[in-house]
Design a protein. Structure first.
Length: 172
């Protein structure tokens, strides 16, 4: 999943200030607003889903190029262990959405071959083979409402951020 944003309407400042100052202010504004977008998106997703912000930020990246930035979100499904999985006497309990804890009978938590903690379930009544259990992917968490809210916050702040950065570089 890719989200693109472009800053328009700030070209009128180009003629008023030095080109190098304008470029520095623009680049810093794009970086700042990309980070703000990412933070806002993570906060909005965490209002619905029970996942740590560090885990979400790990699958998100922001690339700045020219007068735009691009946020990429890896779409690999996350393991159930990332959703507050707890071992109980009767299986494993987990909570994907906040306030909605579920239980899986006959499931257990163990380390995989790479040393990562996972929730497993047996495919048959025999000891092996095992099946690792997964939930939804981060791209499914970033629904339309979350992205629209982040876009509104981005549009509300980018002019102020640009002005602040322009003043910073003009004082130097």
């Amino acid at each position: 999943m890719e989200i693109k944003a472009k800053l328009d309407g700030l070209e009128k400042f180009k003629d008023l200030v030095d080109a190098s100052i304008y470029q520095k202010a623009m680049k810093r504004t794009i970086k700042d607003e990309g980070r703000r977008f990412k933070t806002t998106a993570v906060k909005q997703v965490r209002k619905t889903y029970n996942i740590k912000s560090a885990r979400l930020k790990k699958v998100m990246s922001i690339n700045v190029s020219g007068s735009s930035w691009r946020m990429k979100i890896k779409s690999r499904s996350l393991g159930l262990y990332n959703f507050s999985a707890k071992q109980t006497k009767k299986g494993v309990s987990f909570m994907v959405k906040k306030g909605n804890r579920k239980k899986l009978k006959n499931a257990f938590i163990a380390r995989d071959i790479n040393g990562n903690m996972r929730v497993f379930e047996r495919k048959t009544k025999k000891r092996l083979p095992l099946k690792s259990l997964y939930s939804l992917s981060p791209t499914q968490m970033f629904n339309k409402e979350v992205l629209e809210l982040c876009q509104k916050k981005f549009e509300a702040h980018y002019a102020q951020t640009f002005e602040k950065n322009l003043n910073f570089y003009m004082k130097k």
